[in-house]
Design a protein around this ligand. Structure first.
Ligand code: SF4
Length: 328
């Protein structure tokens, strides 16, 4: 366990966690909603510090990040816990249950990152990384002190307060942030969280690092062209080049309804493309996932599931010389 960074003492030995917008007030011996921050004798501790539940070398496309070192592989780690309660969670064994973990210090993780061949860095993923804050903060600082070119990636629900986010962003190169719906009522009902803090995280992160956004499209919840149009329009006001991934829902955890129809995803992609230059469909076989120059339509990255073939050598279209928002 490691003493947490963002909290304040309250009356009668309670503590208030200041890491995420839930602001849990935790009595002595109690845990926060995320299950990995505990009040020990009137101080807040991060109980998942250095505890790793899952580790693998993944294609960067799996995060998904399509415009950040496409075609590369990245060591990926995760632990347990989450500060949301999504009833459709596609990774609920890690987020909502207790699975075995192993100790992996920041120093040892740095060793692994540098020892694995053809690896661009580290992705904190699988469960919600922002509640693993202290471990990621310590590891990312070690990484950047050793070699600023080692990539640090977060795959996150974006539910964090502005102050801790600002503390971490200087050490982060790219984020994929879930934007689960553009409706605050749906956020509260399905995830137990609020929309506005997630929007604030996207705004702040997009100003500091590479950002892509993922929306899991769930039938009868967030699958209307009106909602996805509003979401895409809001993203476009930040930057029309933010890639949006419309990911196909499959039944998981407490949701048993049928997967999202392909026709729905294609219609929503068309709607989002009215606002954004790059909209991709995920989790759907036999759909074009290529990246095209928004100026002349030339294909610049070919993708098949998690395999990417980059057809340019620099972030510029070979056809019309337009600059492309790619980190190669
Ligand atoms: S990080 Fe965990 S303990 Fe802290 S406010 Fe959020 S849910 Fe509560």
């Amino acid at each position: 366990m490691k003493k947490a960074l963002y909290w304040e003492a309250k009356e009668e030995g309670k503590v208030k966690c200041l890491l995420c917008p839930h602001g849990c007030v935790i009595p002595p011996g109690g845990k926060g909603l995320c299950r990995v921050r505990e009040n020990v004798n009137g101080a807040l501790y991060a109980t998942s510090y250095s505890r790793v539940a899952s580790i693998a070398l993944d294609p960067i496309e799996k995060k998904p990040l399509y415009h950040f070192h496409p075609g590369s592989a990245i060591l990926s780690v995760g632990t347990v816990g989450c500060n949301m309660r999504c009833q459709f969670c596609q990774n609920y064994t890690l987020s909502q249950t207790d699975v075995p973990t192993e100790y992996l210090s920041p120093e040892r993780l740095l060793d692994l990152i540098t020892q694995v061949e053809d690896n661009i860095g580290i992705a904190f993923t699988y469960n919600e990384p922002l509640i693993w804050y202290e471990y990621i903060y310590d590891t990312a600082r070690l990484i950047k002190a050793k070699d600023p070119n080692i990539a640090v990636v977060l795959v996150s629900n974006g539910y964090i307060n502005p102050e801790p986010l600002a503390g971490l962003l200087p050490y982060v190169d790219a984020m994929n942030i879930d934007l689960k719906t553009f409706n605050d009522d749906t956020y509260r009902r399905l995830s137990g969280a609020r929309l506005e803090p997630v929007l604030e995280t996207i705004r702040r992160a997009a100003a500091k690092c590479h950002v892509e956004v993922t929306t899991l499209v769930i039938p009868e919840e967030n699958d209307t062209p009106e909602e996805i149009g509003k979401l895409a329009s809001w993203l476009a006001a930040i930057n029309t080049n933010i890639p949006l991934h419309l990911s196909r829902y499959h039944p998981a955890y407490k949701f048993s309804r049928l997967p999202t129809p392909a026709t729905t995803l294609l219609a929503l992609q068309k709607e989002a493309c009215r606002h954004l230059n790059y909209v991709y469909i995920g989790n759907l076989p036999r759909v074009d996932q290529g990246t095209y120059c928004p100026e002349c339509g030339r294909k610049v990255i070919d993708r098949d599931y998690y395999e990417a073939k980059v057809l340019v050598t620099r972030p510029e279209c070979p056809g019309c010389a337009a600059s492309l928002p790619l980190i190669l």
